[in-house]
Write a protein that binds this ligand. Structure first.
Ligand SMILES: [Zn+2]
Length: 202
């Protein structure tokens, strides 16, 4: 269990389904993920596979969540979610990606992925954190710009692996008290975020 105020080492951007070559969520893959987390020394992950990979991606993500909690209780913290592509409000043809995942208090948390890619412009709209370090996309990220945006919009700065292979999970992570995430999550009842209608609680 997590003690109050204790900082957790979390990798909030991973593609574990893709890492299993899109196989049906299994105890075997979950076991490998846990082993990797223990080996590299992190406390948990957000599962953020690309939602265009499957029309019911969130269902897959929640299946994983259930496998982790049922078969490996209290081993690692897992936030089920997805990575989505969004269109900029001012220009439909410009897109950016957001990792969104559910927290244990039922709130949604949204992380701006690899700012600067695909669109060089950045739009902050119902975002709680922004990546300043992404193992595979660092060359897109203008760190000074990200620090300024984080300051302006009160965003948590994240460092993530964006792992597409099990061995890459946890190569980047942030250390943060769980309460800091919980207190900044979005209330899904107040905001219409598409796709979460059937996943209001975990
Ligand atoms: Zn990604």
């Amino acid at each position: 269990m997590v003690n109050k105020g204790e900082k957790l080492k979390l990798d909030l951007h991973t593609h574990i389904w893709e890492a299993s070559s899109f196989e049906k969520p299994s105890i075997d893959t979950a076991y490998k993920v846990i082993n990797q987390c223990k080996k590299i020394g992190i406390d948990g992950i957000a599962i953020t596979d690309h939602d265009h990979a499957h029309p019911e991606l969130l269902k897959i993500s929640f299946e994983y969540y259930k496998i982790f909690t049922k078969h490996f209780p209290n081993e690692i913290v897992v936030f089920p979610g997805r990575e989505i592509e969004l269109h900029m409000k001012h220009d439909y043809f410009q897109t950016y990606e957001v990792g969104e995942f559910m927290l244990p208090n039922g709130k949604l948390f949204r992380n701006y992925c690899h700012p600067g890619h695909p669109s060089q412009q950045i739009e902050i709209n119902h975002i709680q954190s922004i990546e300043v370090n992404n193992s595979i996309h660092n060359w897109h990220i203008n760190k000074n710009q990200v620090y300024e945006l984080a300051d302006k919009h009160n965003l948590i700065l994240t460092e993530v692996s964006d792992a597409h292979e099990i061995n890459d999970i946890g190569k980047n992570y942030i250390e943060i008290p769980l309460e800091d995430l919980l207190s900044s999550g979005i209330d899904l009842n107040k905001l219409q975020i598409q796709g979460w209608e059937n996943h209001r609680s975990i």
